[in-house]
Design a protein around this ligand. Structure first.
Ligand code: AMP
Length: 362
């Protein structure tokens, strides 16, 4: 059965007024029952939660068989010195699943003129979806201010959504986050520009929430030690977190919000550039994972898409580890979860809190 209804949300206001939570639930349920998704519901008893006190981080480990089935459509193989050539980009465009997404997976056909919202065909968890550009754009381009604002608006819509189930009982409120894997070593599988949205496991503590819990919103300034991005000093891998402003409090309206989000994001991207330059890593390899929740944004510089054969994207840096089979899960366990994150990212310095990056020195 095809989901014929098309949803068009031409403005940010239209998105804010739309019941995206109900739409997501309806389209996902329909796609799942019609076998339009490659999704295996996890047996909750097989999902492992680890409280890693040494790294001050909670970890979830589960098997996601769909990971072994999703297609790879990117111009270069990570870990090589391959260049993105026009020919390779043309090839990617031919196999591109996001230019004409399946109608059964489409949540919103038009968002602010340039975007679509579609279900992830190989979801990591239920209701996993993507924001994709309508026209082909490379994944290795920066997020635009509007894209950042759409991410935040979608998150706040979904996080404030209370739906009802078939019996009329309200759903438990979910908490979503958004992530963007950018650069050849960030762990992406598709080269067409996309941001992903996923819900957190219920009652899952995030180290980032703890890190920002006592902080006020501020515009970062490298020269002031109390105005540098925040991080979990026990995590072992470099990452940088900034609290976002609230409309009506630190910023007056959505226009100011958009400008602030862009300033914060560009500051974090600049950090990634600093690290690549200071550690003398080839600039063509510039890669990072960018993650946003309703209250903060975080960047993780990435030097490798995999470590000892284990693939990693943004999710591990949220503490969420998925493996396509038991063998991969065993490998994670044998290598150590944090070791994989350090191996794919950059290790923190012993005095990371004292490091001052030369932000203008290129
Ligand atoms: P990434 O691996 O970060 O590049 O994210 C791309 C996502 O697109 C993956 O999680 C895939 O599961 C998903 N994907 C691949 N093919 C399709 C498709 N035809 N429709 C929707 N999502 C897809």
């Amino acid at each position: 059965m095809t989901n014929v209804e098309e949803v068009h949300l031409p403005t940010l206001q239209a998105l804010q007024e739309y019941n995206l939570g109900d739409r997501l639930h309806t389209v996902f349920t329909q796609a799942e029952s019609n076998d339009n998704l490659v999704f295996t519901k996890q047996d909750p008893t097989k999902i492992k939660i680890i409280n890693d006190a040494d790294h001050n981080m909670t970890i979830q480990v589960k098997e996601v068989p769909g990971l072994g089935k999703r297609p790879m459509n990117r111009p270069t193989v990570p870990g090589t010195n391959e260049r993105v050539t026009d020919d390779k980009v043309e090839q990617v465009k031919k196999n591109n699943p996001f230019v004409k997404p399946e109608p059964e997976l489409t949540l919103v056909s038009d968002l602010c003129g340039s975007y679509r919202l579609i279900l992830n065909k190989f979801p990591n968890t239920e209701h996993h979806f993507l924001m994709v550009t309508k026209q082909f754009e490379q994944q290795d381009t920066l997020l635009r201010p509007l894209e950042l604002q759409l991410m935040r608006s979608i998150l706040s819509k979904l996080n404030n959504h209370v739906g009802v189930d078939a019996t009329g009982d309200p759903f438990k409120k979910d908490r979503y986050f958004a992530f963007f894997n950018s650069g050849p070593e960030s762990g992406y599988s598709q080269f067409h520009k996309h941001v992903q949205f996923m819900k957190l496991p219920a009652d899952f503590p995030l180290y980032q929430d703890r890190v920002v819990s006592n902080a006020d919103y501020f515009i970062p300034n490298e020269l002031k030690s109390d105005k540098r991005p925040l991080f979990n000093k026990d995590a072992g891998f470099k990452h940088f977190i900034l609290k976002m402003p609230t409309v009506g409090k630190e910023v007056k309206d959505t226009e100011e919000e958009r400008e602030s989000l862009a300033i914060l994001y560009m500051y974090l991207v600049k950090r990634v550039l600093n690290i690549f330059r200071e550690l003398d890593v080839e600039f063509s390899k510039i890669s990072y994972n960018f993650i946003m929740t309703d209250t903060w944004m975080m960047i993780v510089p990435r030097k490798a898409a995999h470590y000892q054969g284990v693939w990693q994207n943004s999710l591990g840096y949220m503490g969420l580890f998925g493996g396509k089979n038991e063998e991969v899960l065993k490998k994670y366990n044998d290598l150590g979860y944090i070791e994989v994150l350090k191996g794919c990212g950059f290790e923190q310095e012993e005095d990371e809190d004292k490091v001052v990056y030369n932000e203008y020195g290129y």
